[in-house]
Write a protein that binds this ligand. Structure first.
Ligand SMILES: [Zn+2]
Length: 203
């Protein structure tokens, strides 16, 4: 867990991860090129999302997924969330769903359209639906859903998928093809190998 940020996903009473506010800034050695700055910002924020995925499993015993939300104008992290499937005994509590619920309770839809979610793994369609209804404007992901399925299938020899199933419809279909009134850009994969390594060591 970060020494400067205090996110506490209680294993007992909290229903959602604690929100926090942190400013992510590029390092002093950053290029002045806008594209390089954007790339560096993506990686900085995604590293934090991947760290959240590690915390979910290592610190709280949940599945290894993490997500955060930034304000596009300030690049400030305004919310963070873990997966809480086990601690809340609720199989729908994916990190992106937790984050969407927190965002919906705290901010108006108009504000959220100018926010970006960074998530350690490409969202499932349940979470994609929540992201759509809440109004979050953009999504950046690290590990593709297809890569996650491949890892789980290989590591568990298909047993887990046989028991729990897997959604194979891509969130891009919700964001870009089957939604009306809000087209949600999907960016990724970014830092795929780092995010996939977390799944490799978990499943
Ligand atoms: Zn999900």
């Amino acid at each position: 867990m970060s020494t400067t940020q205090t996110i506490t996903t209680s294993t007992t009473t909290e229903t959602t991860p604690q929100e926090l506010v942190t400013t992510i800034r590029c390092c002093s050695g950053c290029s002045s090129q806008q594209s390089d700055e954007q790339k560096h910002l993506h990686e900085k924020l995604m590293k934090r999302a991947i760290d959240l995925s590690k915390e979910s499993c290592n610190d709280h015993g949940n599945h290894p997924f993490g997500a955060l939300l930034i304000d596009n104008d300030t690049n400030e992290i305004i919310l963070e969330a873990h997966n809480t499937v086990h601690t809340e005994n609720d199989r729908t509590r994916h990190a992106e769903l937790n984050l969407s619920s927190m965002a919906s309770k705290k901010y108006p839809r108009d504000y959220l359209t100018n926010c970006t979610m960074y998530t350690s793994t490409e969202p499932c369609i349940m979470c994609a639906g929540a992201i759509f209804w809440v109004g979050i404007g953009k999504v950046v992901y690290a590990c593709p859903a297809s890569r996650l399925r491949e890892i789980v299938r290989r590591k568990q020899d298909g047993n887990n998928l046989k028991n729990s199933g897997s959604l194979t419809i891509a969130c891009r279909e919700i964001f870009e093809e089957r939604s009306e009134g809000l087209n949600i850009p999907l960016i990724g994969p970014i830092m795929e190998e780092e995010a996939a390594a977390v799944h490799e060591s978990y499943w």
